[in-house]
Ligand binder design. Structure first.
Ligand SMILES: [Zn+2]
Length: 159
């Protein structure tokens, strides 16, 4: 999936995924850095700091952007793509949930990676996932045109 997103770079098809008015700006910025290949993961840091410990903070394999967000056992980016399915939402709400869920997941995984990298503790994966859902639901609540009953079902489904 990461490679598919990266290949879309030339066509800039991901533009609406990342830079949509309903997105959370901090989530969009980190996702934009990821899709540009500019997050300072250890594979990039190694280029100017040889000898850096390359171990992933989650699983001890070699850290790269592809690994961290799409291959690591801690990843939940691909799961976020399945986000709308358990509550059987369709149409605009499903598109909104997929977009917000993807960007929120990228942001939360990067935040958790940095928390662990800088020795500031760790959170269980389920806690990170709940933060993703809370951020997405909070954001959908301020978007016009979505019924509150569907949002309640989404909250209950993951809570
Ligand atoms: Zn890993």
């Amino acid at each position: 999936m990461y490679n598919q997103l990266r290949r879309c770079k030339e066509k800039v098809k991901w533009k609406n995924l990342v830079w949509h008015q309903s997105n959370v700006p901090r989530h969009s910025f980190i996702t934009w850095l990821l899709l540009q290949g500019r997050l300072e993961t250890k594979d990039r840091v190694r280029k100017w700091l040889p000898g850096v410990d390359m171990k992933c903070v989650f699983c001890q394999e070699e850290e790269s952007q592809g690994h961290l967000f799409f291959e690591c056992e801690y990843r939940c980016v691909e799961e976020s793509v399945e986000y709308g399915k358990p509550v059987k939402v369709t149409g605009k709400l499903q598109g909104l949930l997929l977009r917000l869920g993807f960007c929120a997941t990228v942001y939360m995984v990067w935040q958790e990676r940095n928390r662990r990298f800088h020795g500031k503790g760790s959170r269980e994966q389920v806690a990170v996932w709940k933060r993703v859902v809370e951020d997405v639901v909070d954001r959908v609540r301020v978007c016009k045109g979505f019924k509150k009953t569907k949002l309640l079902r989404i909250s209950l489904n993951v809570g």
